[in-house]
Design a protein around this ligand. Structure first.
Ligand code: ADP
Ligand code: GLC
Length: 477
């Protein structure tokens, strides 16, 4: 394959190095998906404490003094086929805890920590690394890298195009106006039509007004973002740039998420393995469930609508259903899930925590995955559900609306339904969807038809990678 161009991808997390959510999956998957299309991508991210040990024999490809109180070095290495550049700036990143927070909560200097990442990204975009690698396109993800297109634009872009992808607009990288100069932003750009954001600053807004292209991770979310219900204050900014906004659905790593590759394999043509996995899952959680076994694998947050589960579950359990939950997050929601597990022993299984291997067992054994999100830029678990014949029951928002075909009478008679969607995200609509799930499950022929449809869906990166490639190509011209 001839080389079409080089892309510098900048983010705060990336599988297999650090993950708190789907952002990391996407950042980790894009280089492999784009390589066959002729696009060479390197990922730049911070060298958090847990990552520093890996870099012992990595090559230094950038060094910069005066990076908000210390020196930064960019180290280049390969991790599971990925070309990764870690920004090693111990004064900013060598700390106990996660990427954004330590034992005492969010880091006080997050604005500076990610400004440093963005600053180095823009410099590398402009002049290339010391090993002679120079990108044609700068592709940044979420607020943590939002200042990179701004630094690139304000310092002279040297022909390098920039793309900003919004994975979650709930996080906007807010900083006080008094930090303008410390964040190395031009004072004459501090007005509402430019950097000012409700009297302060937002790294995300800075990126949105200065990048060449804005993408988000589904077509529906791209449209939703221009509306006050979903834009979270940035709807006007995004609407003014509508002509450069597009939605490109995330894909799924179909090598990792494949029922054929599970310890007890199955496929649309041979479903016996699924029954064995269901039995094993029930045994693991001590469950006996006559009806559909629903599952949730999720961050437990307000975004995900988890607070609605206790409201709708009693009727579902009474109808014969069961539930397995794997997740962690908001202590109130964790407590609510514990209450459910205590109230319905034998019907509700719970594991508070993060467990990749268990999540595979849960999708392999589950009948339906519940995703009652209030907003969902794309969502990955409904796509795992499709692959695993674990039918998605989802709120019809964002990427959930774009990936699941609701089993309404028309879709059922056309033979194209892949799951159940509901709207709006409230307990009434969610309860109706669960009633429909019980009814569908009670008709084995129809159920297995929908299940097979679901498993046939293409949720791979193939078509989305082609869309990113086309976007980059447009920036070369
Ligand atoms: P978000 O990024 O908003 O959390 P996504 O659906 O895009 O939502 O991605 C979530 C990713 O994190 C999926 O790969 C999902 O399987 C994984 N995940 C979430 N919670 C857990 C958990 N407790 N254990 C294992 N995997 C989890
Ligand atoms: C965000 C969104 C999720 C999306 C993921 C990857 O975390 O909440 O919907 O799938 O990013 O793009």
């Amino acid at each position: 394959m001839t080389l079409k161009g080089r892309v510098l991808s900048v983010a705060s997390e990336c599988v297999p190095l650090v993950k708190t959510g789907g952002l990391a999956d996407v950042v980790g998957a894009l280089p492999g998906a784009l390589a066959p299309l002729g696009w060479e991508m390197r990922v730049l991210m911070p060298a958090y404490r847990a990552l520093r040990a890996r870099t012992a024999d990595w090559a230094e490809v950038w060094r910069e003094e005066g990076l908000w109180g210390g020196e930064g070095r960019v180290l280049l290495g390969r991790v599971e086929g990925l070309e990764v550049m870690l920004l090693d700036a111990p004064h900013l990143y060598d700390r106990e805890g996660g990427p954004y927070a330590g034992p005492g909560g969010d880091w006080w200097d997050n604005a500076q920590r990610f400004a440093a990442l963005s600053w180095v990204a823009a410099k590398i975009a402009r002049v290339g690394t010391t090993d002679g690698w120079r990108p044609d396109v700068l592709h940044v993800h979420d607020w943590q890298a939002g200042l990179a297109p701004a630094y690139l634009a304000y310092g002279g872009s040297e022909g390098v195009g920039s793309v900003l992808t919004i994975h979650n607009i709930a996080f906007q990288g807010w900083a006080a106006a008094s930090q303008l100069l410390d964040l190395r932003l031009p004072a004459d750009q501090f007005y509402p039509g430019a950097l000012e954001y409700y009297g302060g600053l937002s790294s995300l807004k800075a990126g949105l007004i200065t990048c060449d292209r804005i993408t988000t991770v589904s077509p529906t979310y791209a449209a939703e973002l221009m509306r006050p219900e979903f834009g979270m204050g940035l709807q006007g900014v995004i609407a003014t740039r509508a002509s450069v906004v597009s939605g490109i659905l995330n894909g799924v790593d179909t090598g990792v998420w494949s029922p054929e590759a599970e310890p007890v394999p199955y496929s649309a043509a041979a479903m016996q393995g699924k029954a064995a996995n269901r039995a094993a899952l029930c045994a693991e959680f001590g469950l006996e469930v006559p009806g559909p076994l629903a599952i949730i694998v999720s961050r437990l947050t307000d975004q995900k609508g988890i607070d609605l589960v206790p409201e709708v579950l009693p009727e579902f359990i009474e109808g014969g259903g069961g539930l397995v939950v794997l997740g962690s997050g908001d202590p109130k929601l964790e407590a609510a899930m514990r209450d459910l597990a205590a109230r319905y022993p034998g019907r509700v299984g719970l594991r508070i925590g993060y467990d990749e291997a268990m999540s595979h067992r849960i999708f392999s054994g589950g009948d339906a995955v519940l995703v009652p999100s209030r907003f969902e830029p794309c969502g990955l678990t409904q796509m795992y559900g499709l692959r695993y014949g674990c039918l998605p029951v989802v709120a019809a928002v964002g990427g959930l609306a774009d990936t699941v075909i609701h089993a309404n009478p028309a879709a059922l008679s056309a033979g194209v339904a892949t799951g159940i969607t509901f709207h709006p995200t409230d307990a009434t609509a969610f309860a109706t969807a669960l009633r429909q799930l019980l009814a569908l499950h009670a008709e084995p022929k129809l159920w297995s038809h929908v299940q097979r449809n679901a498993m046939k869906q293409d949720v791979s990166w193939a078509s989305s990678a082609a869309e990113y490639a086309a976007l980059y190509e447009g920036l070369l011209a």
